[in-house]
Design a protein around this ligand. Structure first.
Ligand code: ZN
Length: 377
């Protein structure tokens, strides 16, 4: 849909929102898709579905963001991942995949399957899920992401974001607040970046899926004195904590698919569990309440802190509120690490999550930074 002039109108938004809702209820996508690997839904399918006594389980309508069908065809990641100059396809995956494992890459780099006459990437880039445009950075020189778009997906639980970077062009009329259908055209793949130039032959989509750490990012960023301005507000990449997109697509592609994202988040590999004596409720928890587990301790009526489990890249994906009695005698804000999976941390050593000091695990700089964002420390 390129009809940007209609986007801002309330009736249109309302209609589209209604379509998303119906789409989720009947487990089908919106037919008018620009890219993606699924099949468009025919009008008769909905009627056929209602005739069946037991409806099929609702499946998350997750679309591959580029026209490359290699993943859907079950091919190896080398058939869709754009490597760095190293040429090693692993270097385009999510994780500590660069510089011999010392450098973390928080996304998935996808190469183009179409090029224009000048040899520039020409793949359309589509929304991986239905959602809302939260941020569009039109300037290629303001971020390592180059020209980029962030979508939020409020109909999912948790309401993940997706990010599309290094774009050559953003679809006209795509504005913060615009609703987009799964697979809807967002822009054209490219190689924009404020960092080292990306050569034509390595043009790609940098694609992220994750959660947003804090509403108070601007204050946190200013406090840290990074020495460079942040023109992106809360949509700065440092405020976005990623998961491995390929792991999510792989789970989704399995027979039966994925009926809700919470199942993916519940099964993330736990790399570290800690407790923090801080009773405040981070806005992260209010944004993603489905990541909070109940605590049967009656003392929770008087909150004292949190028990939090992180992935090896630092995503806090499991939370439990602690009663005051469970952190009795702790210093305010004190952090104690309860459990560490050292092999998971070692596999992701480009992220500095925890280190051993006097035979005790303590938070390392990236985890300190994440705790700082979550708890405004
Ligand atoms: Zn990338």
């Amino acid at each position: 849909m390129r009809d940007g002039d209609r986007r801002g109108k309330t009736w249109f938004c309302g209609w589209l929102a209604g379509c998303f809702y119906v789409s989720l209820l009947c487990g089908c996508g919106i037919e008018d898709r620009a890219v993606g690997s699924g099949k468009p839904v025919r009008a008769g399918d909905a009627a056929a579905a209602t005739a069946v006594a037991k409806p099929a389980p609702i499946r998350v309508d997750l679309r591959w963001p580029t026209p490359n069908s290699a993943f859907a065809d079950g091919k190896d990641y080398a058939d869709f991942v754009q490597p760095t100059v190293s040429g090693d396809p692993r270097s385009g995956l999510f994780g500590s995949v660069r510089s011999g494992g010392r450098q973390f890459h928080e996304g998935l780099d996808l190469f183009p399957v179409t090029r224009d006459r000048k040899g520039e990437a020409a793949d359309p880039v589509g929304a991986a899920l239905a959602g809302v445009v939260r941020y569009v950075s039109h300037s290629g020189g303001n971020s390592n992401y180059g020209r980029y778009i962030v979508l939020e997906h409020p109909l999912e639980k948790p309401a993940v974001y997706t990010l599309y970077a290094h774009l050559q062009e953003v679809s006209p009329g795509l504005l913060p607040g615009s609703l987009v259908a799964a697979g809807e055209l967002l822009g054209t793949m490219g190689r924009s970046s404020s960092g080292s130039p990306i050569p034509k032959e390595r043009a790609h989509l940098h694609f992220e899926i994750g959660l947003r750490a804090t509403d108070n990012f601007a204050a946190w960023y200013a406090d840290r004195g990074f020495g460079s301005p942040n023109p992106h507000g809360i949509w700065n990449g440092m405020n976005l904590l990623g998961v491995d997109p390929l792991a999510l697509f792989t789970l989704h592609a399995k027979s039966g698919g994925l009926s809700r994202l919470t199942d993916f988040f519940a099964d993330l590999p736990p790399a570290l569990t800690l407790r923090i004596a801080r009773s405040m409720e981070p806005d992260f928890v209010r944004r993603y309440p489905e990541l909070v587990q109940p605590n049967s301790d009656s003392g929770v009526a008087s909150p004292g802190g949190w028990e939090i489990t992180f992935t090896s890249s630092g995503l806090p994906f499991r939370w439990q509120r602690l009663g005051a009695g469970e952190v009795l005698g702790w210093k305010p804000g004190e952090v104690r690490i309860l459990k560490v999976d050292a092999s998971l941390l070692a596999e992701n050593r480009g992220r500095k999550i925890a280190r051993q000091r006097a035979e005790k695990w303590v938070p390392h700089e990236d985890l300190e930074s994440i705790l700082g964002q979550l708890f405004l420390r």
